[in-house]
Design a protein around this ligand. Structure first.
Ligand code: NDP
Length: 449
């Protein structure tokens, strides 16, 4: 194991997020490999960590002043053993190959857990959409698709949104794909409702994460009613996580963006959440402005000199990190436990550092890793693909009830897989083992390709 990890790091020394994701899976699946020497002979680990294909391309675009800029585009087609590549596109200045590979790797296991037939991929660009005009965003998306269209298709690779890629960007990307290919197919998910999108897709990741947390609480005969929740982020996942917590009788007291966070002791109710949605989705403003509208709330800007995030240092029962990777470190994990938090639902991908995960697992709290907890988004993307193939639109109740069933089934699968390897209640081990087994068995069935 140690030698294997050493080789991974030596091969691509700058991809630290990818190393982190591989190591977590490796530790979890060790008992499976011990029990199945045939996996070792077939080098399944070596094969599963290597992308089937990486596409790296130039994205030139012109700003409103006529200045040309060049960004880098990526698509990592990680694994297609159980279906066409599926995974979002991220537009954020931090995007690099290591981050793309970590996200694509996680996506393989997540998609496997959904019970749907989807392989794993991820893509994006180091383009920063913040402060850009609609026209600049459109020109960038068109240039990005000008290359990407060669590599994707409804039976090959079906991208979706992620950080910085929402309904607006999916619209521009789809428009360009349709023009270049002269076909109207379900090649992207997260589309608008009146041209192929699915009801409940925007809500799915956040809602699904809260359904998963409810399932975990149910194992202790508990529920979300009157629970105080800390939520980070204020984008798609954070908004609909907050909405579902409110539906289920919980109380949300924090939201954030990359500049800082707000703490509203009175709770962020449905009206306040509508204000946040308008602020972030329409006005594209900073979360700080929440306190102009609701002065009882307190805004705290990011302080890079601190070795903890004060957002995670409030009395609460549950925490839903919904912003980005590694946003909860060891100190934050200790603060969460100290403040009474006993439920963690990861809306974001890999938001907790390995040290933080160890603290959650050692304290035997209800900790749901992202690849299980936030799988609702890609699950409903899978349902969007099914509806597109049938040229049908299911009503919201139907999609929502399928989402609930899928999250319940993922929860059950994780519990059973963990139990089989004497790790009862450890959702990290359960998610990794269950996701891994389905993919590697499919790879072995399909021969050495
Ligand atoms: P959005 O772009 O809608 O929102 C992201 C939010 O997180 C914003 O509030 C953003 O603040 C904040 N954020 C982003 N980067 C950082 C950073 N480096 N430091 C602090 N805050 C940051 O993205 P989503 O809500 O879609 O995605 C959030 C997380 O959920 C990501 O980890 C994503 O991979 C994961 N996820 C998303 C799915 C989906 O369906 N959308 C599915 C599964 C997982 P600011 O506005 O200042 O940038």
């Amino acid at each position: 194991m140690e030698q294997f990890m050493k080789n991974v790091v030596e091969k691509d020394p700058n991809e630290k997020e990818f190393h982190q994701a591989v190591k977590e899976v490796l530790v979890s699946v060790k008992p499976v490999l011990d029990r199945h020497p045939e996996y070792g002979r077939a080098a399944v680990l070596e094969r599963i960590i290597e992308p089937e294909r990486v596409i790296l391309f130039r994205v030139p675009w012109m700003d409103d002043e006529g200045q040309v800029h060049v960004n880098r585009g990526f698509r990592v087609e990680m694994n297609s053993a159980i279906g066409p590549y599926k995974g979002g596109l991220r537009f954020h200045p931090s995007v690099n190959l290591g981050i793309m590979k970590f996200l694509a790797f996680e996506q393989v296991f997540k998609n496997s857990l959904t019970t749907l037939s989807m392989g794993g991929g991820k893509g994006g660009s180091d383009f920063n959409p913040k402060g850009k005009s609609d026209n600049e965003i459109m020109r960038f998306c068109q240039s990005f698709m000008n290359e990407l269209h060669r590599h994707i298709g409804p039976n090959t690779d079906i991208p979706a949104g992620d950080i910085g890629v929402g309904a607006r960007e999916i619209g521009y990307l789809f428009g360009m794909y349709k023009k270049l290919k002269n076909e109207f197919t379900g090649v992207l998910t997260g589309k608008s409702l009146n041209w192929g999108g699915s009801l409940i897709r925007p809500e799915a990741t956040g809602y699904g994460c809260v359904y998963f947390a409810s399932e975990m609480l149910a194992t202790r005969n508990d529920n979300l009613e009157n629970k105080t929740c800390l939520v980070s982020g204020s984008g798609n996942v954070a908004q609909f996580t907050t909405e579902k917590i409110l539906h289920l009788g919980g109380r949300v007291v924090t939201l954030s963006d990359s500049s800082g966070y707000i703490y509203d002791e009175e709770g962020i109710d449905a009206d306040k959440l509508e204000f946040v949605k308008h602020l972030k989705n329409i006005k594209r403003e900073r979360i700080k402005l929440y306190t102009d509208e609701y002065p009882a709330a307190v805004y705290t800007p990011v302080d890079a000199s601190l070795d903890y995030n004060p957002l995670w240092n409030h009395k609460a029962d549950c925490a839903f990190p919904s912003a980005t990777e590694n946003e909860i470190n060891e100190n934050d994990a200790r603060n969460l436990i100290k403040n009474g938090v006993f439920v963690i639902g990861e809306g974001a991908n890999m938001p907790s550092t390995p040290e933080a995960v160890d603290i959650f697992v050692d304290n035997k709290i209800l900790y749901a890793p992202g690849k299980a907890a936030n799988a609702g988004g890609v699950a409903v993307s899978g349902l969007e693909m099914a509806q597109n193939s049938m040229r049908l639109n299911w009503p919201a109740e139907e999609v929502n009830s399928r989402l609930k069933i899928i999250m319940k089934s993922i929860h059950q699968t994780c519990l059973e897989a963990a139990e089989e390897y004497d790790k009862t209640g450890d959702y990290v081990t359960g998610a990794n083992i269950a996701g891994f087994l389905k993919v590697v068995n499919a790879m072995l069935d399909q021969g050495l390709v």
